[in-house]
Design a protein around this ligand. Structure first.
Ligand SMILES: Nc1ncnc2c1ncn2[C@@H]1O[C@H](COP(=O)(O)OP(=O)(O)OP(=O)(O)O)[C@@H](O)[C@H]1O
Ligand SMILES: O[C@H]1[C@H](O)[C@@H](O)[C@H](O)[C@@H](O)[C@H]1O
Length: 371
C-alpha cells in the first residue's frame, strides 16, 4: 500500500519500501498491564516518514484480529494471528543480560515471502522485521529491487525460545551473513551490537549503533563519527530505535548527508521515548523540522559543491548549528501541545487509567536509559 503525500517543492521524489510486520504490543510492569499499543518497527517508521512528508510502500502482514486503524493497509492472512509482543520492564538481568527489557513473542504472524514484495524498483528499502518475519530469501529479493537497503539487525538476529522469549543469536550464525556486502546500512542498538563484529561488518556496509540517551555512532570502512543526542524526558523506550531509523532514512531521502540524517534520527528517537507507544507528533513541530531540513540541505549543497573529496560521511560545516536548530524546535512543540490530537498517525491506544498521567509513570528498563 502506497502513501500519497501532496507534492510540494519540498516533497522528495525517492521511492521507499518498508518491509516488516505490524504487531500488537502489551507493556507490563509490576505484574500489571500498563498499556496496549500498535507496535512493530514498520508502524514507528511509517509514523516518522509520514511526519516528514516522505511517501512509501509498506509490505506488512497481520491476522484477522488486527485491531488498530492504520494508514497503510497490511496484508491480512486469514489463517494467521497478528504478531503479539509482551514487554516486561521489570524482569531481572538474569533473564537476558543483554537487553533492557524482556520481550516475549506471544503470537506470530506468517513470514513475508519474496512474492509478497512489489514487483518494481525502489531507491531505498528498509528491512525492519520484529518477530522473525523476514527470511533470507526476502532480504535477497529486497537487495535486488532496491538501490540501497537499510536493515535493523533485530530483523536478522532474533530467535525465540519455547515460551517466545526473545534471544539474540550472533549475526554470523543468523543465515543472513552472506548478504551483508549487498546492504548499505545496518542499524543495531548497543545491546545488539554485542552480537556482531563491527570491525568486520563495517568493511562491507555502514554500521550505525544507537546508544539510547547518548545518541549514536556511525562506522564506515575508513572512519567513525559520534552523533550528539537530544534531551528527552523518557517515559517508554519502545520504538526509539525504529523512530531513529525512520528519521535517519527520512533525512537521507530529503537529501541530507549521513551525519545530518543521523541527527534527524536522534531527534525522532528522543521524541519517541517521551510517549507511551506510538508518538503523535505536533504538526507545528513537524513543519519546523521540515523547514530546518530544507535549509540544511541547501547549505550542504553549497558546501559540497566547493569540495571534491569524500564528503558524504564527513561531518559538514554547520552540523552543530543544525543540532541546535532542531533542538530549539522542541520549544515550538511545548507551546502548542493542544495540536497533538490533530497530528497525523494518531491511533487509538489503550493506556490503563491509572497510568494516564504519563509524566507520573516511567517504564523503567532494568537499567534506565534516561539516567
Ligand atoms: N533517553 C533518551 N534521551 C534522548 N534520546 C534518546 C533516549 N533514548 C533513545 N534516544 C534516541 O533514540 C535512539 C535509539 O534509541 P536506543 O539506542 O535506545 O534504540 P533501541 O534500543 O533500538 O530502542 P528500542 O528497542 O526501544 O526501539 C538513540 O540513538 C537516541 O538518539
Ligand atoms: O513495537 C516494538 C518495536 O517495534 C520494537 O522495536 C521491537 O523491538 C519490538 O519487538 C516491538 O514489539
Amino acid at each position: 500500500m502506497v502513501t500519497t503525500i501532496p507534492q510540494t517543492p519540498n516533497t522528495p521524489i525517492q521511492s521507499v519500501l518498508i518491509v516488516g510486520n505490524y504487531c500488537h504490543d502489551v507493556l507490563l510492569q509490576g505484574g500489571a498491564v500498563v498499556a496496549e499499543t500498535l507496535g512493530g518497527a514498520a508502524s514507528f517508521i511509517s509514523n516518522v516518514l509520514t511526519g516528514l512528508s516522505v511517501s512509501f510502500h509498506l509490505t506488512s502482514k497481520v491476522g484477522v484480529d488486527f485491531k488498530y486503524p492504520v494508514n497503510h493497509d497490511p496484508i491480512v492472512v486469514p489463517t494467521s494471528k497478528t504478531t503479539v509482543f509482551h514487554a516486561y520492564f521489570d524482569q531481572g538481568y538474569s533473564v537476558n543480560a543483554h537487553q533492557d527489557r524482556v520481550l516475549k513473542r506471544i503470537e506470530v504472524c506468517d513470514p513475508i515471502n519474496p512474492s509478497d514484495l512489489p514487483d518494481r524498483k525502489f531507491d531505498f528499502g528498509m528491512a525492519v522485521g520484529v518477530g522473525g518475519e523476514i527470511l533470507p530469501e526476502t532480504l535477497e529479493r529486497m537487495v535486488e529491487i532496491c538501490d540501497a537497503v537499510f536493515v535493523d539487525i533485530q530483523a536478522l538476529i532474533r530467535a525465540f525460545d519455547e515460551n517466545g522469549t526473545v534471544k539474540l543469536v550472533r549475526l554470523k550464525e543468523s543465515g543472513f551473513y552472506h548478504l551483508l556486502p549487498r546492504l548499505k546500512f545496518l542499524k543495531a542498538s548497543s545491546d545488539e551490537a554485542l552480537f556482531m563484529e563491527v570491525e568486520e561488518v563495517r568493511q562491507w556496509c555502514c554500521v550505525v549503533v544507537t546508544h539510547g540517551k547518548d545518541g549514536c555512532e556511525v562506522y564506515w570502512k575508513d572512519g567513525e563519527m559520534k552523533i550528539a543526542p537530544f534531551g528527552a524526558n523518557q517515559i517508554d523506550p519502545t520504538g526509539a530505535g525504529d523512530s531513529f531509523l525512520g528519521g535517519f532514512v527520512g533525512g537521507l531521502v530529503h537529501g541530507l548527508v549521513v551525519p545530518d540524517a543521523a541527527l534527524v534520527g536522534n531527534f525522532f528517537g528522543s521524541l519517541t521515548v517521551a510517549h507511551i507507544g506510538l508518538p503523535k507528533f505536533d504538526l507545528r513541530l513537524l513543519q519546523r523540522i521540515k523547514e530546518e531540513v530544507q535549509t540544511r540541505k541547501v547549505q550542504c549543497t553549497c558546501w559540497l559543491e566547493r569540495r571534491d573529496d569524500e564528503v558524504s560521511f564527513t561531518k559538514p560545516a554547520g552540523h552543530d548549528e543544525f543540532h541546535a536548530s532542531l533542538s530549539s524546535s522542541k520549544l515550538v512543540s511545548a507551546e502548542c501541545r493542544r495540536d497533538l490530537s490533530r497530528s497525523p498517525g494518531s491511533v487509538e491506544q489503550v493506556i490503563r487509567p491509572q497510568y494516564k498521567g504519563q509524566q507520573k509513570f516511567l517504564l523503567n528498563s532494568v537499567y534506565d536509559k534516561s539516567n
